[in-house]
Design a protein around this ligand. Structure first.
Ligand code: FAD
Length: 278
């Protein structure tokens, strides 16, 4: 089956992490993804590490897409980054608002992702293909689901080409979001973000912080496995593979994997789904 896949990395904190990431990148490149993306800490908190990760990956066969967040940053700094990426021949960005790191105050000159999308289009025209974030279970700060859909539509109208979702485990929430966006007259791709389950406490901590729901039946079974990481990984693989199958059957236009800078869980899923080397 042919379905575009893409992989997300975070910028490593140490030299050992950076060198390990090169190996992970090489292994995941074998699966023929459309692109790798690299996250960016809001307010520029990972700026140097994101830039050095992009530098390390940008001359490889698979294109790399930097994430760029606007909250707490100035037009000037964001413009410098755009110029740098443009000069490096990068053609895709993931444009986000971001969350201000604790202690940092001031929303900056571009308070929402829609403002960043407009800014990118104003300053660089059609050079970049722009991805934005979407939330099947609603962004935690949104006033309502309707307002969140309206915001996603506004990001598309401002010039975003496609969206990648926050991770989720309930396929119906994704289909509902796609339906609502299409009802608003937008038919651009909304790619499900897929989080492999490998570690119960990390998953629960992460989902609590970003407002993604881990259903009770998954939480309970993860709790039952305690420290038995082999069983957690086998169960997690099964749950996420079934979710991906359901999304593919329902017409998802691609899958974006949150790799957590690891090879094995993502490779196992991609191979089981028959998407390797498409
Ligand atoms: P926005 O689209 O601006 O929305 C933020 C909130 O504001 C929503 O609740 C929206 O409904 C509301 N809103 C929008 N416009 C208005 C308005 N005019 N008035 C009132 N409310 C409004 N974070 C990082 O820091 N770095 C990353 O690299 C990163 N990568 C991500 C990748 C993906 C695929 C996803 C899904 C998320 C990522 N995040 C990242 C997290 C993201 O930055 C946070 O979820 C952040 O809180 C919102 O970003 P956004 O781009 O969705 O913001």
């Amino acid at each position: 089956m042919t379905l575009p896949i893409s992989f997300e990395f975070f910028p490593p904190k140490t030299d050992i992490g950076a060198s390990k990431l090169l190996t992970v990148h090489e292994e995941l490149s074998q699966l023929n993804p459309e692109f790798f993306s690299v996250t960016y800490g809001a307010g520029g908190s990972t700026r140097d590490r994101t830039l050095s990760t992009i530098d390390a990956l940008r001359n490889k066969a698979v294109p790399v897409a930097p994430h760029l967040s606007c909250v707490g940053d100035t037009r000037e700094k964001l413009g410098d980054l755009l110029q740098r990426y443009q000069g490096q021949g990068i053609r895709r960005l993931v444009a986000l608002r971001g969350d201000l790191p604790s202690g940092q105050v001031g929303w900056g000159e571009l308070p929402y992702a829609v403002d960043l999308v407009r800014f990118i289009r104003e300053t660089t025209g059609d050079h970049f293909s722009i991805e934005v974030a979407a939330y099947p279970e609603m962004h935690p700060q949104a006033a309502s689901f309707r307002q969140d859909v309206h915001n996603l539509v506004a990001k598309f109208d401002a010039g975003a080409d496609s969206a990648i979702t926050q991770f989720f485990f309930n396929a119906e929430s994704y289909f509902h979001l796609v339906e609502q966006v299409q009802k608003a007259g937008v038919f651009k791709p909304i790619i499900p973000g897929i989080m492999p389950i490998t570690n119960a406490s990390n998953l629960i901590r992460f989902s609590d912080s970003c407002g993604a729901d881990v259903p009770r039946w998954i939480r309970k079974q993860l709790a039952d496995y305690g420290d038995d990481s082999a069983s957690i990984q086998a169960f997690g693989h099964d749950v996420v593979a079934k979710l991906c199958e359901r999304l593919m059957q329902g017409g998802a236009p691609g899958l974006h994997f949150y790799t957590m800078n690891q090879t094995q869980p993502t490779v196992a899923l991609v191979e089981e789904l028959g998407l390797a080397g498409c």
